[in-house]
Ligand binder design. Structure first.
Ligand code: PLP
Length: 491
């Protein structure tokens, strides 16, 4: 094992995919309805009364009651008032293990003082932003360039979504080609063009509600882990405007919810070279989580452009960035470059690269590096996953558990495993129907975990951080066990 990385053993993608194929053929195992009812009445209604009341008021002024998808929770979202290390605390005084980690940014755990103190110092001096250059804009750019071999230049942006938009704009300008190919099921933020083939591979534009279909004229998807399908698209595109870029999440769509083979990324790189397309790695989740050198360091790949988000600002706002080779990054600067007149990609953001996000990001990366936090978080992910697998075996459940370091997956219903691959019998309405039943049960499992003191990402993904230790993971596993004991066939 290379101890610079979070992944001690890469999962066997074919095996996991087979297990997930089997899972969605089986009846649904979930929390027993009477146990869920007990959680609703005796935990949520009684012990989370302040959250309940506040969310009821919030629903009057915030659509759905929360501002962020990840905060949805059955029977109602909880209001968190304190976060520290691996723990979250709600306004009713309940404590939780944090496996959501703000959706991924907090590899060090929540609110580490080493970062907080630097941010406070900055606020006391110059406040959060001025619009003019700040020393830490340079410092974070230098840190990213020093850490990741393919990144020669870096531009800080507001979010992963923005950085994905910037990446495809640069790719089109640099290559003068039109098409962008993404992996089906992958999430690259919520911009118009990339809302294609989201969640369900093969679903094309059908899930992009509110986006006019002409926007997708030059966006395509290929089936996850399928290099032959990618090559078919690259070849066809030679006759229809060429391929500007192939964009992938390196551990597989939705942070590895559909895992890819270990040599898949190298295969994509080879095809990009063959067809003259840029390779864009979306490392919004994996950057500085899989290792300081990114997932690209782990897989030994040199993408042309890399998208950053989440960990890049350590849980502080303004978490996005685009990095890459100089010959492409130059499209983000104005005017004449080395005697050559180039058009500049339209990329902006009043609040992009504020001193607050640069300071928070810089000290987060320094601390991750100093403490080898990616590897520590990965070890905790291994412990958690091994423990979950033991529980699955003990209780004879069809669930699937696997991890890529500190990105852990616990699939109880396989709601995210459906696809419209040509050899599968699924149609969009059938998938929507099948997944809506499964998603409901996934929410119920999420509620059961929550009532037992475990905050997960939508009931199926668990991020670990370096703030965990073996004792905490053991305690968390006992809480999972309390839920697993109350699981039965539901449908
Ligand atoms: N790319 C990936 C792989 C993501 O997981 C996400 C967000 O979860 C994004 C892009 C979008 O990032 P942001 O939410 O910062 O816009």
């Amino acid at each position: 094992m290379d101890n610079r990385y979070a992944i001690s053993q890469y999962p066997d993608a074919a095996k996991v995919t087979h297990q997930l194929d089997e899972l969605i053929k089986k009846p649904i195992y979930s929390i027993k309805p009477e146990v869920l009812k007990n959680y609703e009445e005796n935990y949520f209604d009684k012990k989370c009364a302040k959250s309940k009341a506040l969310i009821q008021e919030a629903k009057k002024v915030i659509p759905g009651g929360v501002q962020h998808n990840l905060a949805f929770n059955h029977p109602f979202p909880l209001v968190i008032e304190k976060a520290e290390g691996g723990y979250l605390y709600d306004i009713d005084g309940n404590t939780y293990f944090d496996f959501l980690q703000a959706g991924g940014p907090t590899v060090l755990g929540s609110n580490p003082p080493q970062v907080r103190e630097k941010v406070i110092e900055l606020l006391n001096n110059g406040g959060p932003s001025t619009g003019l250059f700040h020393e830490f804009e340079y410092k974070i750019a230098k840190k990213v360039c020093d850490s990741i071999e393919s990144v020669e230049m870096f531009r800080m942006l507001n979010s992963g979504s923005e950085a994905c938009m910037a990446a495809i704009r640069v790719a089109r300008l640099a290559t003068k080609k039109k098409n962008i190919i993404k992996m089906g099921g992958a999430y690259h933020g919520w911009s118009d063009q990339l809302a294609y083939g989201i969640r369900i591979p093969g679903s094309k534009a059908t899930q992009a509600h509110g986006v006019p279909s002409f926007v997708f004229k030059h966006t395509q998807e290929f089936f996850p882990n399928d290099l032959k399908d990618l090559e078919r698209k690259l070849r066809t595109n030679q006759l229809r405007g060429g391929t500007a870029a192939v964009m992938i999440e390196p551990v597989g769509p939705e942070s590895g919810t559909r895992p890819v083979d270990k040599d898949f990324n190298k295969g994509v790189e080879r095809l990009c070279h063959k067809y003259g397309a840029l390779l864009i790695f979306d490392e919004v989740v994996t950057g500085f989580r899989i290792g300081m050198a990114g997932a690209q360091g782990y897989f030994g790949v040199s993408p042309d452009l890399t998208v950053f988000g989440k960990v890049i600002a350590g849980g502080y706002p303004g978490a996005g960035g685009l990095g890459g080779k100089k010959q492409y990054m130059k499209y983000l600067a104005a005017g004449i470059q080395a005697g050559e007149k180039i058009h500049k990609a339209l990329v902006g953001g009043t609040m992009a690269a504020t001193p607050i996000s640069c300071v928070a990001g810089y000290y987060t990366l320094e601390e991750i590096e100093r403490t080898n936090a990616c590897q520590k978080a990965g070890q905790m992910g291994d412990l958690l996953t091994v423990g979950l697998q033991q529980l699955i075996d003990t209780y004879h459940l069809p669930f699937v558990a696997y991890n890529q370091g500190s990105i852990c997956h616990l699939e109880t219903v396989g709601a995210m495993h459906f696809s419209l691959n040509w050899h599968k019998i699924w149609t969009i309405p059938a998938v929507i129907e099948a997944t809506s039943v499964r998603k409901k049960q996934m929410e119920y499992m999420g509620a059961a975990y929550m009532a037992e003191g475990l905050v997960t990402l939508a009931g199926s993904r668990l991020y670990t951080s370096a703030a965990y230790d073996e004792k905490m993971i053991k305690e968390a596993l006992s809480a999972f066990e309390r839920v697993f004991q109350e699981v039965a066939v539901i449908v």
